[in-house]
Design a protein around this ligand. Structure first.
Ligand code: AMP
Length: 254
């Protein structure tokens, strides 16, 4: 009799355990399965919409994002010593030296890696040296993270067209991005924070062409590095897609 009761109790606890496990996996975010935290790096030419996609992930999926471009502009706006150095490069469409960017990213990553939120690196790594450094950090200091590269693919002509018409919020805490054809941007005032919408200094045709050229040259080297270490590169063809459609495509692959 006692044995039968113990056996039943065991069966009941087993069933409860199974239900709990199934429920736990169902309610988990898809990117938290296997208890792995996740870091995405968004690749794509300047103007391909990496920042807009990252913003949607922050708003709808509770991700956290670091845009190295935004970080550079914040330093420039504060007119710090490092900001002055950065400006000499960004204003010509050139990349900021690796050691400056790596220092900023490492500090940020160390602060953010103690939460479970997925991380997006928007615009990083941008050189082979940065990619190698990131690989080292992930291996040695953040082994609990899975690393995924999402590459947004778009023809150059579409990029130039987008950037020439791009306007951004001048408030460096906001830096929201719009296009001159968007109804919500027509007033010239940022719908999010009420600051003025301006053209970015480096969004002139000449600088755009230079940035595209620099980007492609470096992207090839970085992608070759990642291929050589067996890192998967996941691509989304975003030509003619709206930001919402790009976000839907992204959600489908994660
Ligand atoms: P973005 O807003 O991503 O187009 O970046 C604007 C500018 O910031 C670039 O043209 C570079 O001068 C600089 N920058 C942003 N990210 C990086 C990076 N990872 N490495 C070097 N320079 C960067």
């Amino acid at each position: 009799m006692a044995r039968a009761i113990i056996f039943k109790l065991l069966l009941i606890s087993l069933a409860i355990g199974c239900i709990w496990m199934i429920n736990r996996n169902i309610t988990k975010q898809p990117n938290q399965l296997n208890n792995k935290k996740i870091i995405f790096s968004f690749f794509g030419a300047p103007g391909s919409g990496k920042g807009t996609l990252a913003e949607q992930c922050v708003k709808n999926l509770e991700y956290q994002t670091l845009s190295t471009g935004n970080l550079c502009r914040k330093h420039i706006a504060k007119d710090t010593k490092i900001g002055k150095t950065i400006k000499t490069f960004t204003s010509q469409g050139k990349l900021v030296p690796d050691e400056v960017i790596i220092e900023m990213v490492t500090t940020w990553l160390k602060e953010k890696s103690n939460t479970n939120k997925p991380i997006i690196l928007d615009g990083f790594p941008r050189t082979k040296t940065q990619a190698e450094m990131l690989n080292k950090i992930l291996k040695n200091e953040m082994p609990e993270y899975d690393f995924r590269i999402i590459r947004l693919v778009i023809p150059k002509e579409e990029i130039v067209e987008r950037l020439v018409n791009r306007i951004v919020c001048e408030n460096k805490k906001c830096q929201a991005v719009y296009n001159t054809s968007m109804p919500e941007a027509k007033s010239g005032i940022c719908p999010k924070c009420g600051s003025k919408l301006i053209k970015r200094e480096d969004d002139t045709k000449e600088v755009i062409e230079k940035r595209f050229e620099v980007y492609q040259e470096n992207e090839n080297k970085i992608l070759n590095f990642y291929r050589s270490i067996g890192q998967k590169i996941e691509e989304i063809n975003i030509s003619k897609l709206s930001p919402k459609e790009v976000f839907e495509n992204f959600k489908n692959i994660i």
